[in-house]
Design a protein. Structure first.
Length: 202
């Protein structure tokens, strides 16, 4: 007798707090966090400390952190691949929540670096030499998606602890190599191992 078929139901992702403003956080989290400083802690954790785990909000009670983790998550666009060039430039392939893909580029320039960010999926210019242009324009990225892409790239470069030096050719783990994420107890200072950076859009 054959076994009954099992239906695989995909897990529904929890609501993502990343991208919400202070006011939106205050409204969304009112049943869990009643005090202003608690909302400010979440806000600064999301946008200044670049946290991905509610356990990092150590100024909140353990129970509050557990309740946040039960109901919500912090999610950036996922980094699916990276490609390292000889000059230290790193090109990233990122996937958005709706499955669409965009690119981002890390460009070392002396004492500064530049992050080149996508502002839209596809491109309406349709240049014959550009694969992205051949795909056509799909949609603009939201502010949260653009900021999330920047944070994902910064997080990846910090995890690799890369400060490009043409003399030493500091190695970068890639391409397609998953880099270790920050573990509990490690510093979450967003300036750790970072140079001042510029942002440009493509």
């Amino acid at each position: 007798m054959s076994s009954p078929l099992r239906l695989l139901i995909p897990a529904v992702p929890k609501p993502n707090l990343f991208g919400l403003s202070r006011e939106q956080l205050r409204e969304e989290l009112a049943p869990l966090l009643a005090k202003k400083y608690q909302i400010e802690s979440v806000y600064q954790g999301l946008y200044l400390r670049m946290i991905l785990d509610f356990d990092a909000l150590t100024d909140l009670s353990k129970r509050s952190r557990e309740e946040l983790a039960e109901k919500y998550e912090i999610r950036w666009p996922s980094l699916d691949a990276n490609y390292l060039s000889n000059d230290g430039t790193v090109r990233f392939l990122l996937t958005l929540d709706d499955g669409k893909s965009v690119e981002g580029v890390y460009i070392p320039e002396g004492e500064r670096v530049t992050f080149c960010l996508s502002s839209q999926v596809g491109c309406a210019l349709a240049c014959s030499f550009c694969m992205t242009g051949k795909l056509g324009f799909t949609r603009n990225l939201s502010t949260a998606e653009i900021l999330g892409a920047l944070f994902a790239m910064r997080h990846e470069m910090r995890a690799a602890m890369i400060i490009h030096n043409p003399q030493s050719q500091t190695p970068y783990p890639g391409p397609f190599t998953p880099n270790p994420r920050k573990t509990a107890g490690q510093p979450d200072d967003p300036t750790l191992n970072e140079k001042p950076f510029n942002i440009v859009f493509m």
